[in-house]
Design a protein around this ligand. Structure first.
Ligand SMILES: [Mg+2]
Length: 326
């Protein structure tokens, strides 16, 4: 059964939340320590936050998506304001992003943050741009523009571009009920990221060297051997994409991704966005969504926001994406 745009957009949003909440308890743990503490991390567990809670990755994704839905298109100032408006200090923001959000809330400009960050914070929130501009070359430009609010190092920007272009590609692939052609996707993603960073392009190319594995556990091992999964964009964005490309379902993809260890919540959020956009929200098992945090901007809000993003994407594309299917 093919999915429609609403299901794809809801999948990208809810998938981000699920992957983030799944990875949250193991953030910063090596793969070995994660294994000792949790065995296989395959259900929502308590960590630095209560079980089912989400972190900065989902909160920023929600802020970005709210700005898109509110304005009907990408508006950089609206995105910065919306993310800062939503900012909750205890949701495990990196000190760097924490400082920027706090400054924007105080009315200061974000346009000269004064520090250069190559982390994956601009990539982990970018999925709604990938959905809204799924069939549009503007996707890379908007992804790069929003990155600069917090991550102005070339690798941080390239990570956001790679993740947005990948989400765009898999959204279209999911609508057409086709499989993702790994080589085509990697070629497009690598080319777009390479406009900003050769290091990111090289890291993405190495996904081709990863072979399918007999189990999700072995796949986590193989990915963690190839990439540091350390929160740098170069170390995390390709790993998240690899977990999606080499898995056969939403559940397998996010569980593979978080069990690589390292920046588990961010990597889970990015893999969740990709797998959610491709397989659709209806393919996300209830056992991973039933006890997600649901107050304020939690689960139900995320699902409604996904619906609004899907409707906006449908309107923006003039039904082109879905009509092409016929
Ligand atoms: Mg986080």
């Amino acid at each position: 059964m093919s999915i429609d745009l609403i299901d794809a957009a809801q999948g990208a949003m809810l998938g981000t939340l699920v992957g983030d909440a799944l990875g949250m308890p193991a953030e910063g743990l090596s793969r070995e320590t994660l294994k000792e503490r949790f065995g296989r991390l395959d259900s929502l567990r308590e960590g630095s936050l209560p079980s089912g809670e989400f972190t900065d990755d989902t909160e920023m994704t929600v802020g970005l998506c709210e700005a898109l839905v509110d304005r009907g298109e990408f508006d950089l100032q609206a995105v910065a304001r919306s993310m800062a408006h939503n900012f909750t200090p205890w949701r495990n923001y990196s000190p760097h992003v924490y400082g920027i959000m706090a400054r924007i809330r105080q009315g200061m400009s974000w346009e000269s943050p004064g520090t250069s960050s190559w982390g994956s914070g601009a990539a982990c929130r970018v999925a709604p741009i990938g959905v809204l501009y799924a069939d549009d070359t503007e996707v890379a430009d908007h992804a790069a523009a929003q990155a600069k609010i917090t991550h102005d190092h070339a690798n941080g920007v390239a990570g956001a571009v790679a993740q947005a272009v990948a989400v765009a590609q898999v959204t279209v692939a999911g609508l057409f009920e086709s499989t993702v052609v790994k080589e085509d996707l990697l070629e497009r993603v690598t080319r777009a990221a390479g406009d900003h960073s050769v290091a990111m392009a090289d890291a993405l190319k190495r996904i081709q060297d990863l072979r399918p594995q007999p189990s999700s556990e072995r796949l986590s091992e193989a990915i963690a051997r190839m990439y540091p999964c350390d929160g740098s964009a170069v170390g995390t964005v390709p790993a998240a994409l690899a977990a999606f490309l080499l898995s056969g379902s939403f559940e397998e993809a996010v569980i593979t991704s978080v069990n690589c260890g390292g920046d588990t919540d961010t990597q889970g959020a990015m893999t969740g966005a990709l797998a959610g956009a491709f397989y659709g929200a209806r393919a996300i098992p209830e056992r991973l969504t039933a006890s997600l945090a649901n107050e304020g901007r939690g689960r139900d809000h995320v699902v409604r926001l996904g619906e609004a993003l899907g409707a906006l994407t449908r309107k923006r594309s003039g039904n082109r994406l879905e009509l092409d299917e016929l």
